[in-house]
Design a protein around this ligand. Structure first.
Ligand code: TRP
Length: 331
């Protein structure tokens, strides 16, 4: 069985785009792989040095991923800061990570632009911490979006450099876990191609039905088709795309035919879409609310995940220390 590791950025609630994109693939992944999922809370300090409520945001992420279907019986779920061993590996990797290559990293250059007054060393070495996350579990595969591909490439560089420097064949090169056609992109209701938190157009799994109705009814539309089989504008295409994920094929076909015959009423389509989104999110939302009350269970899940992850991390560190020459015995 292959080891697959995925880091979860520790900001924000899950929205429909996350769910139909990565999260549903994560849930499938657990059945065929030895999966690790962790909440990257150390990483969040690179942009938020004085976080509002680190514990609560980790808790909320955990709740939402569990509600969406991550299964602690199948996967190892943990919070990064519960496995401080990763910091020792981060230190070792940093000793052989060069300023030039870190400065050339696109995510670093973006952050320098975004936060010119806080260009800290953690930001510069973000890729080394990420490499440590991956290498500490000797992951074979890592599901990454486009924006993380360079980080994975750097992880391979660091792994190889370590092997070459210490003349070992210890770390293997992690590969991208490819979701292939299953990687869907959910567009926004504002005509944009992507639903996202920072885009301000997200429908959250947590949103109560009345909020979903309101957001969907406000979705951008156009003047309506004037010719049969007219090409759809982006806004309308987006409504249909979302509909294909939450509604039955018959419903999609019904509105598509109506569009093609210039008989569509966007208000009706939106009403239907809102109800179908609600139906799709409802069970997850109920589980979120239910899990929010189960502190003890959440605690147990985190403790068990941390224990498993730490045992594995310690083993790696013991071996790495030995390779570098830090004896695990005194002399
Ligand atoms: N950098 C990732 C992101 O922004 C989060 C992350 C941290 C990660 N460590 C990781 C992802 C290790 C995969 C593997 O989404």
């Amino acid at each position: 069985m292959e080891t697959v590791l995925s880091g979860i950025r520790s900001t924000g609630n899950l929205h429909l785009g996350n769910y139909f994109g990565a999260v549903r693939n994560f849930i499938k992944m657990q059945d065929e792989n030895n999966c690790y999922f962790f909440i990257a809370d150390y990483h969040s300090l690179t942009t938020h040095p004085t976080p509002d409520n680190l514990k609560n945001s980790s808790k909320q992420i955990l709740i939402e991923y569990l509600a969406a279907g991550l299964d602690p019986e199948k996967s190892t779920l943990y919070i990064q800061s519960d496995v401080p061993e990763v910091l020792e590996l981060y230190l070792f990797l940093n000793m052989n990570a060069y300023l030039g290559e870190l400065e050339r990293c696109n995510s670093f250059k973006d952050k320098v632009r975004q936060q010119p007054n806080n260009v800290n060393a953690g930001l510069l070495t973000y890729p080394t911490l990420m490499a440590a996350d991956i290498l500490i579990h000797r992951a074979d595969k890592v599901p990454v979006g486009k924006d993380q591909e360079q980080h994975l490439e750097m992880t391979r560089t660091f792994a190889n450099r370590f092997n070459n420097l210490y003349k070992v064949n210890y770390f293997k090169e992690p590969e991208a876990y490819n979701f292939g056609e299953n990687l869907v992109k959910i567009p926004g209701l504002d005509g944009s191609l992507k639903m996202g938190k920072s885009e301000g157009n997200a429908l959250y799994l947590m949103d109560p039905p009345e909020v979903i109705r309101k957001k969907v009814m406000r979705a951008k539309t156009d003047q309506g088709p004037t010719e049969e089989n007219q090409t759809k504008s982006q806004e309308i295409e987006n409504l249909f795309t979302i509909m294909r994920h939450v509604s039955t094929p018959e419903t999609c076909e019904y509105f598509n035919d109506a569009y093609n015959h210039c008989q569509i009423r966007y208000g009706d389509m939106k009403k239907q879409l809102a109800e179908d989104i609600i139906r799709c999110c409802e069970p997850i939302r109920e589980r979120i609310l239910d899990l929010s009350q189960q502190e003890k269970y959440l605690e147990e899940v985190m403790d068990a995940g941390a224990a498993k992850a730490r045992a594995n991390a310690r083993k790696t560190l013991r071996e790495v220390r030995e390779i570098i020459g830090f004896s695990n015995k005194r002399f």
